[in-house]
Design a protein. Structure first.
Length: 309
């Protein structure tokens, strides 16, 4: 990542500054929601902006035109991080200003909370920049992006739309994918993995993993780290995936967080992966005897040099 090394500037300073490269904008729930008109002077005077982090109410007005105009106004922009978008702006609110030829395109795009409501917009942004995109985070954890009053048909349509959007995306330069607690079906996720052969780091959360997913992960030639969060084997039990762990024989680093794969029966097989150098396990369901046996096994046969429990 470019890194969150933000300049501390008040609003007046930002209006006078023309060489801002990194900008962090945070809304306040007790003030009026900022609009495009408040954002205009900052962005229109920031053609060198490379990193933009917009959160809370700042992120309330986002649609296709917002992203297009933003990238035309700030041609050097490489990273966009969005938190908690809740609404879409009308076209009449779009700011107008000098437009530049776009640079190399977005390298990093992170979208948190309620992103499922804007799956089409997010998909178009990703698709437009898929040849430059290197890092992608889609995370809806701890948020209810499906409203309580949505009926089953609405929910199903929304999930199908997300599937259809992601199915179209091919990102040949993507090296870091974090797809966490997002309602994407496993066949679509598998296809996405197969299309992104440059992936080095993959984080998957809330997923039912089958042998097909392991096969896709095992075929990523540059995969260096796999992070499984609240993921579990399908079909159960978790030992059903034991025959397929060998597909990860080239994996050097593995992290299991609340993942049901960490059990007495599966850990010895995981620890014996021939190229595994780093293993991290958080909130596992293993007996005391299983822990002792696991650690003893590491001493005797494993090449793991870094272990975090």
């Amino acid at each position: 990542m470019l890194g969150p090394q933000f300049q501390s500037l008040d609003h007046e300073s930002m209006l006078q500054q023309s060489n801002i490269t990194q900008l962090y904008l945070r809304g306040h729930r007790h003030t009026c929601c900022p609009t495009y008109f408040q954002l205009d002077p900052i962005l229109l005077r920031s053609p060198n902006l490379q990193y933009l982090n917009i959160s809370n109410e700042w992120a309330c007005h986002m649609d296709d035109d917002f992203f297009d105009t933003l990238l035309e106004t700030c041609p050097m922009l490489q990273t966009i991080i969005c938190f908690q978008p809740t609404a879409v702006a009308s076209r009449s609110m779009l700011f107008k200003g000098k437009k530049y030829h776009q640079g190399e395109g977005l390298r990093e795009f992170e979208f948190y909370r309620h992103w499922g409501r804007q799956a089409d917009t997010i998909s178009r942004v990703i698709t437009k920049h898929q040849h430059s995109l290197q890092r992608l985070v889609l995370d809806s954890r701890n948020s209810v992006w499906i409203a309580d009053d949505d009926d089953d048909d609405v929910i199903k349509r929304r999930i199908r739309r997300i599937d259809a959007c992601i199915e179209k995306i091919k990102a040949p330069r993507l090296v870091d994918l974090e797809c966490i607690d997002v309602d994407v079906s496993e066949p679509i996720l598998r296809q996405w993995l197969l299309n992104s052969t440059a992936l080095e780091l993959v984080a998957l959360g809330g997923k039912q993993l089958t042998e097909h997913a392991f096969d896709a992960l095992g075929n990523l030639p540059h995969l260096r780290h796999l992070h499984l969060i609240e993921s579990y084997a399908s079909p159960p039990p978790d030992t059903s995936l034991l025959p397929y762990l060998s597909l990860l024989n080239n994996l050097p680093s593995l992290s299991l967080e609340c993942a049901s794969l960490a059990t007495d029966k599966t850990l010895p097989a995981i620890a014996s992966l021939p190229n595994l150098r780093a293993l991290e396990i958080n909130q596992w369901k293993v007996s005391e005897s299983g822990i002792i046996q696991f650690i003893n096994g590491l001493k005797e046969t494993s090449v793991v040099s870094r272990l975090k429990l």
